[in-house]
Design a protein around this ligand. Structure first.
Ligand SMILES: NC(=O)c1ccc[n+]([C@@H]2O[C@H](COP(=O)([O-])OP(=O)(O)OC[C@H]3O[C@@H](n4cnc5c(N)ncnc54)[C@H](O)[C@@H]3O)[C@@H](O)[C@H]2O)c1
Length: 422
């Protein structure tokens, strides 16, 4: 498992996986470790675990590596992140200390609030990409790995839109040679991973692999790709609540979401350009779920506001408030308030683990390009240009489980259920 950025999410994923491996803690929140999938008819009572149905890599077989602009080892980085208690980290300390970040590809132009010493030098972006390719090969050799998966868990980069440099592999490679500003650091890692045929996921909202050039490359090298932006915290709740309100045709006039967050992610998102990337990712969710164009009377006037406030005392223990102004029968107003005291990285870590194991499975199953069945895990799911992204958590889960059934040649479940009554 190669993680770009050994911050709160990565260290919580790594330390958590090591702790689970030792039986110190349970893998709560992970479908690959605890989930089941119904096979056949309801009357058959077959609910095997996902692990029994598809051949996933075992946690005992995983090794971890990564890059960061800070040169702290993974134990020190986990202490800095402050998510997991020292008493838990100390039980896996030697394994964590053995993971030291490789020097990063980093340019402050794309993450304005950060700077660190552990950074590669190169004559241009092509040279930096070749250095990442060399890191990947060396990691594979030294750790005697059969397969690798890369996940961008680095900071959210400034808002960017697809440009000419992203149109084709040829244009992208010329842009690497020319040091084109349209290629941020995350795309250099994504290019290196995909060129090497590695599955690649993006835990952050920046474009990274979500451009035609890298999807063209993924098709050539057989790399499965997933992203963007892990669906945790407030957006997770939003994609649980909104489908329910819409299912009962309750109108929504306003949805005001605000957060306080005190970790390094919060500090980076305090920069308006990085926040814009996050805001776009968080705001699109309701439009797609509520479909105002299909239900103009209920959702056309929806006022959706998202705020993130950097508040250091809170650390990784984010607090989110949602105020939802609803409209019911005969236009009568109602309100729903949600106060979620969550732990961001505790919600994120099982998603990183699942994405890695499922992407590795997809690679072995010959599934390349965008893995829409993994939308379940992301705030801004990657999707084919001709379809809109599916945000409803329950549709996403059905898609995920049906994909597993499909891979095994099992009957797909439609929930029609007429056969029980004929
Ligand atoms: N915590 C969550 O639940 C959550 C949810 C959704 C998305 N995300 C996204 O995941 C990413 C990681 O979140 P986090 O809480 O771990 O943040 P973090 O700030 O703790 O960790 C990010 C790490 O990436 C490093 N980094 C930045 N640019 C880099 C580069 N070019 N190369 C290598 N390392 C680089 C930073 O030094 C830092 O250590 C963020 O973009 C965040 O927005 C997090």
């Amino acid at each position: 498992m190669l993680l770009v950025g050994l911050g709160a999410v990565s260290t919580t994923t790594i330390a958590g996986t090591l702790a689970i491996r030792k039986g110190i803690a349970p893998p709560i929140g992970s479908l690959t470790q605890m989930g089941t999938v119904r096979l056949g008819k309801r009357s058959e009572g077959r609910f095997p675990t996902i692990k029994e149905v598809v051949p996933l890599a075992e946690l005992d077989d995983l090794v971890f590596g990564g890059w960061d602009i800070f040169d702290e080892d993974c134990y020190a980085a986990a202490r800095t992140a402050g998510v997991l208690e020292a008493s838990l980290l100390d039980q896996v300390r030697p394994d964590l200390e053995a993971i030291r970040p490789m020097p990063a590809v980093f340019d402050r132009q794309y993450v304005k609030r950060l700077d660190g010493p552990n950074v590669k030098k190169g004559k241009n972006k092509r040279d930096l990409a070749e250095q990442v390719v060399a890191d990947i090969r060396e990691f594979k050799r030294v750790n005697d790995c059969d397969r690798l998966v890369m996940v961008w868990c680095g900071s959210t980069e400034v808002f960017m839109t697809p440009a000419a440099a992203h149109e084709s592999v040829g244009a992208f490679e010329r842009a690497l040679d020319a040091n084109d500003p349209a290629i941020p650091s995350s795309m250099i890692y994504a290019y290196a991973a995909i060129r090497e045929g590695l599955p690649y996921a993006n835990a952050a909202p920046n474009l990274s692999a979500d451009v035609p050039a890298l999807l063209e490359l993924a098709a050539r090298t057989g790399s499965p790709v997933a992203g963007k932006d892990l669906k945790t915290g407030q957006t997770l709740i939003k994609t649980i609540i909104a489908p329910g309100l819409k299912a009962r045709l309750l109108g929504v006039e306003g949805w005001y979401s605000t957060n306080i967050l005190g970790n390094r992610d919060g500090e980076v998102l305090d920069d308006p350009e990085s926040f814009k990337t996050k805001e776009e990712s968080k705001k699109s969710v309701l439009d797609y779920i509520l479909q105002p164009q299909v239900y103009p009377e209920l959702y056309e006037k929806l006022c959706h506001v998202v705020r993130i406030n950097y508040y250091p005392p809170r650390g990784d223990n984010k607090e989110g408030w949602d105020n939802i102004d609803l409209v019911g029968w005969l236009g009568y107003p109602m309100q729903l308030k949600i106060n979620f005291l969550c732990r961001d990285s505790i919600l994120a870590a099982p998603i990183v683990l699942d994405s890695v194991l499922f992407l590795d499975l997809a690679k072995r199953a010959g599934m390349s390009g965008i893995q829409e069945w993994l939308s379940f895990y992301f705030k801004s799911p990657m999707h084919a240009p001709e379809v809109y992204p599916e945000h409803d958590l329950f549709i996403q889960l059905m898609k995920l489980k049906n994909t597993l059934r499909f891979m095994k040649g099992e009957e797909l479940i439609t929930h029609l259920g007429r056969e029980y009554y004929d």
